[in-house]
Design a protein around this ligand. Sequence first.
Ligand SMILES: [Zn+2]
Length: 261
Amino acid sequence: MLEIKILEKNKEKIRFTIDDINSALAGELRRIMISGIPTMAIEWVDFVKNDSVLWDEIIASRLGLIPLVYDAKFYNFKNDCKCDGKGCTHCQVSFKLKKKGPCMVYAGDMVPSDEKMKPFYEKILIVELTEGQEIEFEAFAQLGLGKEHAKWQAAVVGYRNIPKITIGKDGDNEEYEKRCPRHVFVFEDKKLKVSKLLDCNLCLQCMELSNGVVKVEPDETNYVFNVETACGLKPEEIVSRAIDIVEEKLDEFSKDLRKLK
Ligand SMILES: [Zn+2]
């Protein structure tokens, strides 16, 4: 079981640490969060009318990039659905839009066939219509993976090792606190202590300054992740889905290993 500790989170981002994993697993977790979690995006558009200055293809590709909020457990991949890929309420959601200028057309103007689904941001601009211009279309969203197309990318993810700092004998020097550009140390009661470990960016200035009495090294088994959602899922949903997927893979792997014995 992978253990994570949340450092901060809001509607769009989450920052967390994860212990006792190796670099391969950390890389795998990142890859899954980016391109291995099914997300909803608009895949095709039927235009009834488009008098705007933008071509149908440009509007369709803009629509594809609108992050959609949806119930992650409800939908199937179209090809795996009981409808055999024809498109039904379990694998497809339609968005209808009809507007006449002058006006701005926003993502929030689209009317979904499933009320639970909506754009993550209402105010994403689709196109501007001038006097008399009209637009009418029906767009269809379906599940996909980021590895098929960037519009299904679930998140933007960065990660790094958490540093390990050891303060050796004679390391209690106020200078090291003052010279650390990230203010990682505090000097209290004539003692040097690490107070903000996660702010350390391994610049190693303290190590040079102290001739190695203060030792900083990357901890190869502890990582800090920054995850920013790029789809309609909450950042914490992305993390927990990715962990489930990693754990399923590990389970399958160990079953395969047992078969080999
Ligand atoms: Zn279906």
